[in-house]
Design a protein around this ligand. Sequence first.
Ligand SMILES: O=C(O)c1ccccc1NCC(=O)[C@H](O)[C@H](O)COP(=O)(O)O
Length: 269
Amino acid sequence: MSSTSILDRIVATKRDEVKAASGRLAEYRDMTRQVPAPRGFAAALTHPSHVRLLAEVKRRSPSAGDIRPGADPAAIARDYAAGGAAALSVLTDRDYFGGGMDALHAVRAAVDLPLIRKDFVIHPVQVWEARAAGADAVLLIVRILDPSQLAELHALIRETGMDALVEAHTEAELEVALAAGATLVGVNNRDLDTFATDLELSIRLAPRLPESVTYVAESGIRTAADVDRLGAAGVNAILVGESLMRQPDVRAAAAALVERSRAPGMRPA
Ligand SMILES: O=C(O)c1ccccc1NCC(=O)[C@H](O)[C@H](O)COP(=O)(O)O
């Protein structure tokens, strides 16, 4: 990783956030006792013959800049739910993605779908904070964690009853994710150094995934034809943010992807 990469800058910000929040770990852990048990996030993304839509609430990103500034996360979440999304991803990073924990709370209050806290998680306090806010899953990015951090955070997430979506961008990272015992794995088609997206990555890596693992293709997914290609490769779910958030009618755009993802023969038997 080059010393000036966006990921380096994001992780440096997370270290500062974690330093500021670490004193609240016990408080967040106590709060989780008042929160309903996690909904099955991975289960919601797993269907024998359909591809499931994991729809993302994201106002802006480092690669795209402003996507939908001022978007109301609860309203977007209701549109995604009405459009047939199986689960939602909520960016909780403020500085780079325009999200926040307030967005996660608002979405939790607005819809019953399983939710993932989408952030750059490097410390247990972020896991407890997610569960205390009603999250059902947490993202872990292989590239920003050493193996012992990955193992510790993965175990903690499972201990809380949530699911961990373990994200890889290379074949080597995918091997690390599987070696860590991940049963919900995402392959991010976006190169975080160049921001280029290439759906061929998640298609090429699909045969590496055991049948027992729920497989999510992430980033750069826009069209019904993309859903066809990924479904034929055997992915269980697609994570779609920017292309849905840019649509004037978010519900209709989500519904169009969902309709395609339920087409007969979408996933190989
Ligand atoms: O999207 C970015 O610019 C980005 C930059 C640095 C780290 C992560 C980044 N994206 C996170 C994601 O994984 C996407 O938000 C997610 O896969 C949805 O992708 P898309 O449908 O292309 O918005």
